[in-house]
Design a protein around this ligand. Sequence first.
Ligand SMILES: [Zn+2]
Length: 587
Amino acid sequence: MHKKFKETPRVFTLLIVLIFLGVAGCSSNNDTTFIFYGGDILTMDEFAGESVEAVFVKNGRIISVGSKKDIFEQKESRTKLMDLKGKTLLPGFIAVHTHPDLSAYLHSFIDLSGFTNNTPQAVWEQLATAVKNTPKGEWIFCKGFDPMLVKGLEAPGIRELDAICPENPLVIIAQSLHSAWANSHAFKEMGITSKTPDPAPGSFYQKDTNGMLTGFISEVEAIKPFSKAAIKTYDIKQNVVKVYDDYMRSGFTSITSMGLVADDRKPFLLYEHLSTDHPRLIHRGLELIGMLPDKKPTVRHFVYIKSDTPFLLPETPDNGDDFFKVVGVKIWYDGSPYTGSMYLNEPYLDSELTQKGLNIPHNHYGKSVIKTDVFYETVKKYHEMGWQLSIHSQGDRATTEVLSVMETVLSASKDKDQRHRIEHGVLLPKELLGQMKRLNMTASFHINHIYYYGSALKNDILGDKRAEKMLPIKTAKEQGLHGTLHADAPMYPEDPFSLLQTAVTRKTKSGIIMGAAEKISVLEGLKALTINAAWQLHMEKKIGSIAPGKYADLIILDKNPLKVSPETLKDIKVVNTMINGVEIRNL
Ligand SMILES: [Zn+2]
């Protein structure tokens, strides 16, 4: 039996036509049908049973799944037989919280991060090579500077930077994106002197006791002129294409922008080359496809608009299509564990790292970044308009307060199955998960805090007791919350197998296990990256599992994640990706 699926809206049909007009260079077209067989098939579909041996794909959709014999009976003259040869077929991964615009902006920067450099020496050598290879006078932008991941790395002063890089303007951006360092040449290019006023509270160009620039730049508003210089220097449009390819190469067939960076009432990074006078995003999917070289198909793209850029929001949640759609509104309630802005019930630990490295004062609890009454009004407004809310909340105090507001709003105004989200949930208290379920809410976990910063969180920031309770994904699953995992790229690399391995092993980079009671199985981890993610986006009837009627968004892996040691999940490779029934090869 084939499930019936809904009529495709006209805009979507047009999109499909556009895609298939443009895929002359690809290995398939809309007439081709496919049968996948000859390897393990992990459907993520609770109704499929154990014995799926083959999958039939036609017109961009999964038509049927079943035994090899039954599926081969449906073979047509133009059916392409896809022998998996022992490899494993899975539904494509869904990135539920990522930032492709920021990744495109940072893509050409020199990488000084702790993901690729283990020692201070490696960082400075990387920079020296960049200086050597850049013609005199050209800008050098670096990203990822991070004394927490690279032990012993010290922030540079302006004199050191001038000595390393005397003939080029140089800017180094911190991994947090909240601070930067520049040399004299860069300040001169920007016309910034020791007399330049602070651009906003907390955003400033630091001066020493003699009133001279130290090279340190604090916060986003002060960094902005340099960001704009970077946008002029690099081909961001080309970078967008590369970033999309990176997602597909990693096995993502759908991604979710958690807020678009906007400036002057229009999105200023990813979409700056698109229509400028009409900021609404409906139909942008078509334009996006049109801009890609060879009009290759690309990932499905879902978008949350930040509550402070309401001019980007379409009039109703019913907008766009299954390739590009604005699905909700993003609101911040607190900040980051590493800047002192995570909002806690108990204060941050006093440690060398918190006090000297992160400048967090003694007996500091963090605080909310939005006033409670403003938060309440914002939640109420968008909830009543029918939008899904995605609320950034890291600390236990933050989530407690968020839920109390949600409780008030939802008791006064009916929930239209909006599935409001809590983002990150570092210290999401287990005791609140039942309340979240009752409010039809869900959580997306920033699981690689454990891998990259686990020892710092345990030893220096939160202490043993709280570190053990971090990121309670197993309890969330037991409470029926449809929990998901995200990397928040460019914060952490967008690698689904790294997220999976951390959720399954709960191991830090240094090998310590944190919160063993919250380990989940590999299958649960795969569901968090596929069908649960589809549910969070209200797309569970269309993507997220291999089931009749769903889009043929599929990936082939060299190994079956259920059959390898959990410690080697990260070594699994994606060997092919299919989106909407079109194979994407040789990315
Ligand atoms: Zn984010």
